[in-house]
Design a protein around this ligand. Structure first.
Ligand SMILES: *[C@@H]1O[C@H](CO)[C@@H](O)[C@H](O)[C@H]1NC(C)=O
Ligand SMILES: *[C@@H]1O[C@H](CO)[C@@H](O)[C@H](O)[C@H]1NC(C)=O
Ligand SMILES: *[C@@H]1O[C@H](CO)[C@@H](O)[C@H](O)[C@H]1NC(C)=O
Ligand SMILES: *[C@@H]1O[C@H](CO)[C@@H](O)[C@H](O)[C@H]1NC(C)=O
Length: 530
């Protein structure tokens, strides 16, 4: 899901010189066991342990790592550190290739409530030749719940842990990773990169805003920026269903997604099962009222209240005074993750998504038993204000001032699936627009920050994706950083699981959109950014 197979990319023009440098750098200067604790500003290193691993395997762990990785030869370094007065224990794991280091360092992000997933991202990174780091931020590696660390025994929020999770661990991991890399190979990494999606994307944005000198290139997918706001907005579909006393089944919701795609697919000039530009799709859910659909053998007639629920999910949350609080789900995106339901004693009831469920219970109610089903429109409005007031400064990650990143020469490549069913892509678009407004317009921002929207792609290119997925955005970023060749398009592809047919596309830097210009509909060459 969040794994982008990293590929070492070298242009033939300077292949010879770089290979020579790589060859010098690739050999360790000391043994793995000799590594010394690095100095980390603001933290104290408690222990370091380096162990050589030969022919090491990282087993497949779907959805994070789809295929196993065999035959890794690495120096595995475990560093434990703590912060003054925080009573925390942060684990940083660094993997260093014992052979053929490519001279680069890559820090990897996490997902959900995990700041990192260790082997699952370290494996692909070192396979690509990078020295790599991943961290648990001193919380846990459980992406599904912060239950073990959110609250202190006295019931107050553990702000030290939240700070580690939000941004401090990004700094610590990068410093540890880069210093250990330098000790081991006797040379600083030539370039350093961030790579993450979702929470990993949010962490990359924390680096861009708070620590602009840590990375030469930052790759950010479907970033969980605006966390304090959008996570509360993720609860909106559940509140709507409860307030309207209407809980559509996933099958009914899919009927709306399918109808929207059928109606708007061709507006972009090509019928491919994907809405390329949701902004020009004016799908009206009420159109389906009265139509019969087949759900698990039963015939269901779409009611007006089901259509009203869908309309509200697409509109997004509104406060009591009618003020829009955040964006809604994109037309054509799956609705049944945030609006999931289950049947209890023959009755369909709401099933909140775990991220918003945990955020509201632990961080807003500060009560793990809080009854989230009882939230109504008024209460949700209050939770929005409370969440922003208490946490935006810590975990917002949406500061549009990227001037320090720009002057440090850093490059930021962001991509977001337009069918993201969890993190509203409009948040990424809004962020890019705010950066433009602050920093002198689109062309100026394009020099160092580009956003690529991926039509039909779901959260971090997960299982319901129907659109072309960026093939190798890290390669595009490396080329941008090292060869000063900016990405004017991103190659993207999807292989349809049933037919095996490949659909090639280009993704365009926002606000451009890929337009079909004739020729093979499955070839990326038949598209142009306009
Ligand atoms: C270092 O790691 C190795 C392998 O995991 C372990 O066997 C050893 O006990 C560790 N040493 C220390 C001092 O923690
Ligand atoms: C490496 O490990 C694989 C199993 O993952 C094993 O089949 C192979 O024999 C090992 N190779 C060496 C050189 O030990
Ligand atoms: C809805 O919830 C069920 C039960 O937890 C889960 O198995 C299913 O994957 C969820 N559906 C979606 C689309 O997330
Ligand atoms: C939670 O709230 C819902 C909706 O108001 C209510 O039906 C349910 O009984 C409550 N559950 C508990 C355990 O209080």
């Amino acid at each position: 899901m969040m794994i982008v197979p990293p590929l070492l990319f070298l242009a033939t023009a300077w292949l010879s010189t770089v290979v020579a440098t790589d060859a010098v750098q690739s050999c360790p200067k000391i043994s793995c066991a000799q590594l010394k604790a690095p100095n980390v500003p603001g933290a104290q290193v408690i222990s370091i342990n380096g162990t050589e691993r030969w022919n090491y395997t990282v087993p497949a762990t779907p959805p994070f790592l789809l295929n196993p990785i065999f035959g890794l030869n690495i120096c595995e370094v475990d560093v434990v550190l703590t912060h003054p007065n925080a009573q925390d224990q942060v684990h940083v794991k660094v993997w260093l290739p014992l052979q053929k280091w490519n001279g680069r360092f890559q820090a990897n992000g996490g997902s959900g409530y995990a700041a990192g997933t260790f082997d699952l991202t370290l494996g692909p990174s070192v396979q690509g030749g990078y020295s790599s780091a991943s961290t648990d931020a001193g919380v846990t590696v459980n992406p599904l719940s912060p239950g073990a660390w959110a609250l202190r025994p006295d019931g107050s929020v553990n702000l030290d842990d939240l700070t580690n999770f939000a941004y401090r661990s990004v700094h610590d991991m990068a410093i540890v990773g880069k210093k250990i890399t330098e000790q081991f190979y006797g040379a600083k990494p030539r370039y350093s990169y961030w790579n993450g999606c979702s929470t990993g994307g949010r962490q990359g944005m924390a680096a861009a805003q708070r620590y602009p000198n840590l990375f030469d290139g930052i790759l950010v997918g479907a970033p969980a920026i605006n966390w304090a706001t959008y996570v509360v907005a993720e609860q909106w579909p559940q509140v709507v269903m409860a307030e309207e006393e209407t809980f559509p089944s996933p099958c009914e919701l899919k009927a709306f997604t399918d109808a929207a795609i059928a109606e708007c697919d061709e507006l972009d000039g090509i019928e491919d099962g994907v809405i390329s530009n949701p902004d020009i799709c004016h799908f009206n859910p009420y159109r389906l009222v009265g139509s019969k659909i087949n759900c698990d053998g039963a015939k269901i007639i779409i009611t007006e209240s089901v259509a009203r629920v869908v309309v509200k999910m697409l509109q997004g949350p509104f406060g009591p005074s009618g003020l829009s609080l955040w964006y809604g789900l994109t037309v054509g995106a799956p609705l049944d993750t945030l609006a999931n339901t289950t049947v209890v004693n023959g009755k369909r009831v709401g099933l909140p998504f775990f991220v918003n469920d945990a955020w509201i219970r632990y961080y807003l109610a500060k009560d793990s038993n809080y009854n989230i089903s009882a939230i109504d429109y008024t209460k949700l409005g209050q939770l929005f204000s409370q969440s922003a007031a208490e946490y935006d400064d810590i975990i917002g990650t949406d500061n549009p001032d990227l001037s320090r990143l720009h002057s440090a020469g850093g490059k930021l490549l962001m991509w977001h699936g337009l069918s993201d069913q969890l993190i509203f892509p409009k948040g990424s678009i809004q962020y890019r627009t705010r950066v433009e407004r602050l920093m002198g317009g689109s062309a100026k921002v394009d020099e160092f920050f580009r956003l690529f929207l991926a039509p039909g792609v779901d959260h971090c290119a997960g299982g319901t994706t129907t659109g072309a997925v960026p093939s190798d955005p890290l390669k595009a970023l490396v080329t941008w950083v090292e060869e000063k060749q900016s990405p004017d398009t991103l190659p993207a592809e999807i292989v349809h699981s049933c037919s095996g047919a490949k659909m090639g596309r280009i993704l365009c830097p926002y606000p451009q959109i890929a337009q079909y210009v004739g020729g093979d509909k499955n070839s990326a060459n038949s598209f142009k950014c306009i």
